[in-house]
Design a protein around this ligand. Structure first.
Ligand code: IPM
Ligand code: MG
Length: 369
């Protein structure tokens, strides 16, 4: 029996539409093989939604997302909408709001090395061989969702009495937010190598000291079988390039996770290879970890593999089709083993006739399915 799934498709901005087309192509191929049919409903988010509707997350987009089995997103943002004026809408607000509205508090970002790509990393192959990290980023709390203010202090007013601008962001966490993300991390670790690094800045921040207490309580109560290691965020940034193999699951708050996941992605040689899953209690959302790459948008050269891998994560985590997901990973591995590369993952030894564009890379993956 063929399974039917409704997918909400959010192409967003920049390279979004180009890479999404390849994701859809691959889903149709893998569906035909594994007995699933997808209907895709497109909706607007980010800069294109600001242009069309004056809102980076129109209500209609949320309705379509909520009525779907899963949401696929590409990327948002671009120089056209960049401004330091906080009264103007920004594409990124669409992304933050859809995470909040759908309650997507867990962001899972797997960092894996395709061995064919070991040479594309700026780190030595012997340092990165076999790296396999699951970054579990808290996605709906902390600094990105706290209250924000801009003030202008008149001469003599405010602290210090110096006139000028003042800006405030608020970093706040509640115990239940830390507890539920900690549980996600420990559960993930049990299916992997049973080690969790909890990353914080407990030597300075109170939110981090509470984070550490709660993570340890949850660990001692329910997950004492999992190894738990506390690591300060600055040290983690260093350890990730020094010895990335020490990490299995890394759990951390929103902003630290944002920064560390880009760093960890670069270990693999390209941010263009990193997928992510955002999950909560309802519908889940799948998107590449990279951005909208406005500098190369519309040129047909963007790497679609992170988008395609995100489709794989959707099959695995939202649609109950882990074999189809594994099939996608196998197909990509074979394409890379044959030497095919997009521009971002080529190295000095890549022959010119093995460098392909976005659509050709998608076709190669389909060919291997
Ligand atoms: C990411 C992105 C977003 C984030 C931006 C675009 C708001 O960097 O998904 O990592 O910071 O969460
Ligand atoms: Mg980021």
């Amino acid at each position: 029996m063929t399974k039917q799934f409704k997918i909400c498709v959010l192409e967003g901005d920049g390279i979004g539409p180009e890479i999404m087309a390849e994701g859809i192509k691959v889903l149709q191929a893998v569906g035909a093989k594994h007995g699933a049919e997808f209907s895709f409903e497109k909706a607007l988010i980010g800069g294109c939604a600001i242009d069309a509707a004056g809102d980076p997350l129109p209500a209609q987009t949320l309705d379509i997302a909520r009525a779907s089995d899963a949401v696929l997103l590409a990327a948002v943002g671009g120089p056209k909408w960049d401004t330091t004026d906080s009264t103007k809408p920004r594409p990124e607000q669409g992304l933050l709001r859809i995470r909040k509205e759908l309650g997507l508090y867990t962001n899972l970002r797997p960092v894996q090395i395709f061995s064919a790509l070991a040479g594309a990393s700026t780190l030595r192959p012997e340092v990165i061989e076999g790296v396999d990290i699951a970054i579990v980023r808290e996605l709906t709390g902390g600094l990105y969702f706290g209250e924000r203010h801009r003030y202008y202090d008149e001469p003599g007013a405010g602290t210090g009495g110096a006139p000028g601008q003042r800006a405030v962001d608020t970093l706040e966490y509640r115990e239940y937010e830390v507890e539920r993300i900690a549980r996600q991390a420990f559960e993930a670790a049990r299916t992997r190598r049973s080690r969790v690094h909890s990353v914080d800045k407990a030597n300075v921040l109170d939110t981090s000291r509470m984070w550490r207490e709660v993570v340890h309580r949850v660990h001692d109560e329910d997950y004492a079988d999992v190894e738990l290691i506390d690591m300060l965020v600055d040290n983690t940034a260093m350890q990730l390039v020094n010895d990335p193999r020490q990490f299995d699951v890394v759990v951390t708050e929103n902003m630290f996770g944002d920064i560390l996941s880009d760093e960890a992605a670069q270990i693999t040689g390209s941010l263009g290879m990193l997928a992510s899953a955002s999950m909560g209690d309802g519908v889940s959302l799948f998107e590449p970890s990279h951005g909208s790459a406005p500098d190369i948008a519309g040129r047909g050269i963007a790497n679609p593999l992170a988008q395609i891998l995100s489709c794989g994560m959707m099959l695995q985590y939202a649609l109950g089709m882990p074999q189809a997901a594994a099939d996608i990973t196998r197909a990509i591995t074979e394409v890379l083993d044959e030497g095919w590369r997009t521009g971002d993952i080529k190295d000095a030894s890549t022959p010119a006739d093995k460098i392909v564009g976005t659509a050709a890379m998608g076709d190669l993956v389909v060919g291997h399915l």
